[in-house]
Each structure stands twice: as C-alpha cells, then as structure tokens.
Design a protein around this ligand. Sequence first.
Ligand code: PGA
Length: 230
Amino acid sequence: MIFAANFKTNHTRQSTQLYMKALNEKLGAKKPDDKVYIFPPSTALDTYEGEFTVGTQNAYPAHNGAYTGEIGLEQLDEFGIQTILIGHSERRELLEESQAKVADKFSFFKEQGFEIIYCIGEPLHIREQGFDSVLKYLLAQFEGIDVDYEKLIIAYEPIWAIGTGRSATVEEISTTHKALKKVINGKPLLYGGSAKPTNIQEITSIVGVDGVLVGSASLNADSFSKMILS
Ligand code: PGA
C-alpha cells in the first residue's frame, strides 16, 4: 500500500522536523512493501532521514527564472526532491490551474524523471449527475497526460470528500476505481478524501485501491502512523 501525506498549507519547518522524527520512530513497524510519502509545505523542504519519500506539493515547470512566488527544479534539487503532486483539486480550483497548465507541468517533470502523483476528481454537481458524467469528467483530466509514464501514481479524490469528513462510500470508490483502472494501464491508484484512522481499513481493502492520499488526518504523526500500521 501507498500512504501519502499532503500537509497543504499546514506545519512550519520546525514542526515538520518534529513530525518526521516522530513518524519515523513508528515506521520501523510498517510492512516492508508499504511506501510512505510526505508532502510538506515548500518552506519545510529539506533532506530528512527516514523510511519515507519527501515530495513537493507544487513547482513551476522550469529550472529557475522569473516566476515570482514559485519554486523550480533548482530549488528542489538542493534537497534531492524527485517526487511531485500535480493536478490537486485545490490548485485546479483555488489557483485556477487549467488542464493545459497541469499537462505542461506533467510533461516537464516527466522529462526530469520525477515520480508524479497525479490527482483527479469530480465536484459534487457532477457526481449528482450520475456515473457516466463522473467518468467523462475524470477522463477529461487525463488530457495531455501520459498514462504510460512508468513513474506515475494516480490519486482519485472526489472534491466533495476532501476535507469534509465525509469520505466516498465503498461502493463509490470501488466503482470509480474499477473504471479508472481500465484506462491507467496498471498504474497504482490511490483514493483521497477524508481518509482517516477510522475508515482506513475499509478503504484499503477495496479492490483497485493501492493506497491513500491523506490531508487532515495526516497532519498529526500519530494519526498518520496509525493509518499506516492499521
Ligand atoms: P483530506 O484531504 O484527507 O483532508 O480530505 C485529502 C487531499 O486533499 O489530498
């Protein structure tokens, strides 16, 4: 299983250091095949020792240059970061990242050999239109994305389940993952959206779920380690 923690705009450099230490103390007990990723805010990127991979929540598709407020490859290289989250719904919605921009980012970081966790997900009004609409919406988020890229992991995150405390149902996750698996050529497929210690077992036992991308419940090292070790 894959367990990925997305801190979003939470934690400082100092609290991230404490978190990594606390988490790593627990990770000795994880199953050897399980993989753990942490995506701290950019200000907390660093080289950390531990049984996890540190990735960036975002970066600009350039080595360096005049991109005010962004970080590029040069800043990631400093800490040996080779993993990136692309296409998160918060970036698509709040920061108005278009599919074309997301696809540009994907191509650049693919070119650099990065491991990419690529996020897709539908809003509530699409879910309410029925499964055909959901699938159509999700498939459009693969436009310009090379699903054959070998270092690709996909994360399905229904927007209405993110940060709401209300995860998608087993049936919803199962049906959606089954359909997505047919188009992603065997790539690992994570579920994201209110995954937490109390529902992790249920979610990870669904056929077609290869792991979880966790926001809120990952912010506390105890809670996230509980999920990994459950
Ligand atoms: P959540 O966030 O676990 O707080 O719902 C998930 C995500 O946005 O990756």
